[in-house]
Design a protein around this ligand. Structure first.
Ligand code: ZN
Length: 307
């Protein structure tokens, strides 16, 4: 008869590389007018999501904090509050002062997305309606944006940045990170579908994981997330397989990645958007070795945002 230890070793060796689904902390998501917090939490429960970062969108800046706080008041154990920055084209002294005040309340763990370079798009949602996103350009090292980095540093909170990779954006981002080395920044949307130097299908899957690795290595306070932004437009079934270079990136810098589902439109929440996005994310996570997978799925975010 086979000794038990040998039998167990054999079972472990033959076991599939995948763990069962790990809990996920959704570190990149949005709340907007019309999204009922109870409905949102039911969706999280259905999909094994422990907590969720909420950045308010779709309403003027001064109405945003109210949306996130309402969700937090109902579900404080599930919601992580961020100050909503999507689509702010100018950080006026009034807006900066207001962000400073919100962060000083101690309730918000971060702010975002700071839309430094955001490509416009228009697409049909699952319910047949049309969703649109704007065209935003704001240099990372412009004085007003440096003020936002400074606020992240001052309050010790996370700043989530949406910035497409182009010849202009990366050098400005490097300069901003160098000026504020203690600002904890999450560079959103670092996935295999990510575009390089353009917003069309031909630019998709062209980003270089080595460039992301280099930026992470040079900036200890920089993180990145595996949320798929507008590149969902280009998603194909082949994309469920994680390319080797991206798997290596995630596994070799496993302390520096978090995940998110990024649903800025109400239509996504009212249809099957969450499940469809999560399917791809879980497929990718399954291909990452178990220790790194747990870090990326929830442990890193728990450290970043606290209990
Ligand atoms: Zn984004």
């Amino acid at each position: 008869m086979m000794p038990l230890a040998v039998f167990l070793a054999l079972v472990l060796a033959l076991a599939p590389r995948q763990d069962p689904d790990v809990p996920i902390l959704d570190a990149h998501n949005h709340v907007m007018p019309g999204l009922d917090p109870d409905e949102m939490v039911r969706e999280l429960d259905r999909h094994g999501i422990c907590r969720i970062v909420l950045m308010a969108t779709g309403t003027p800046f001064d109405k945003r904090a109210g949306l996130t706080l309402a969700a937090f008041d109902k579900h404080p154990d599930r919601v992580i509050l961020f100050v909503g920055l999507n689509g702010i084209r100018r950080f006026t002294p009034e807006i900066l002062k207001s962000i400073d005040g919100l962060l000083a309340s101690g309730k918000f763990r971060g702010m975002g997305e700071l839309t430094l370079r955001h490509y416009p798009f228009e697409r049909e949602a699952l319910d047949g309606s049309t969703v649109r996103a704007g065209d935003y350009t704001l240099a990372a090292d412009s004085p007003e944006v440096l003020e936002v980095f400074a606020l992240a540093e001052k309050h010790g909170v996370v700043l989530t940045v949406h910035m497409e990779t182009t010849a202009e954006t990366i050098p400005a981002f490097r300069r901003a990170l160098a000026k504020h080395p203690k600002a904890k920044v999450i560079w959103a949307h670092q996935t295999p579908i990510k575009t390089l130097d353009g917003a069309k299908e031909e630019h998709a899957r062209k980003a270089d994981p080595k460039q992301i690795a280099e930026l992470l290595d040079r900036t200890p306070s920089l993180y990145a997330d595996l949320s798929v932004g507008y590149e969902t437009l280009f998603l194909k079934s082949d994309d469920r397989k994680l390319p080797e270079a991206w798997r290596t990136l995630y596994e070799s810098r496993a302390d520096r990645f978090v995940v998110g589902l990024d649903m800025p439109f109400l239509q996504g929440w009212k249809t099957d958007g969450y499940r469809l996005r999560l399917e791809v994310l879980r497929e990718w996570l399954k291909q990452i070795e178990p220790g790194a997978r747990k870090k990326i799925a929830h442990e890193n975010a728990e450290k970043l945002f606290g209990g």
